[in-house]
Design a protein around this ligand. Structure first.
Ligand code: 2BA
Length: 107
């Protein structure tokens, strides 16, 4: 069994979770914050059998879109550091980790 952990843009989160649940997958959503932009994003947890990993990632890919985002000079990037000029970064699609699950049980 695998645990798929995917960090998704807030704007895509509903489409991704609806797409997964429509195909019968159980999903847990966590409200998270990116360390760099300090903007809200969504982390989803999906536990699946090994042979379903590709199908789940395909659904995540289908509904996740990358975006250009500008960081203004007024945004603190941590430790008192402010960019001297606006910085543009490309955020996501989705950042996906696939972890081995040692044990799974509902009690
Ligand atoms: P943030 O940390 O807010 O990062 C947002 C975007 O800023 C990143 O998009 C990347 O394009 C850029 N970025 C991040 N750190 C940077 C740095 N030190 N220098 C320059 N640009 C930087 P993504 O790579 O698509 O990441 C989107 C979100 O996914 C991240 O939000 C973070 O919440 C998560 N993430 C990405 N890689 C991760 C990893 N290896 N471990 C844990 N979380 C990760």
């Amino acid at each position: 069994m695998k645990m798929i952990l995917a960090i998704i843009n807030q704007d895509d989160a509903n489409l991704v979770t609806n797409g997964l649940m429509h195909e019968g997958y159980s999903v847990t959503k966590l409200s998270t914050t990116g360390g760099f932009l300090r903007a809200g994003n969504m982390t989803i947890l999906v536990g699946v059998e090994d042979d379903k990993v590709t199908a789940v990632i395909d659904i995540i890919r289908k509904h996740s879109h990358s975006r250009r985002q500008v960081i203004p000079t007024t945004s603190e990037l941590g430790m008192g550091f402010y960019p001297s000029m606006p910085v543009e970064v490309t955020v996501g699609g989705a950042t996906v980790f696939v972890l081995d699950v040692d044990h799974f049980e509902r009690v």
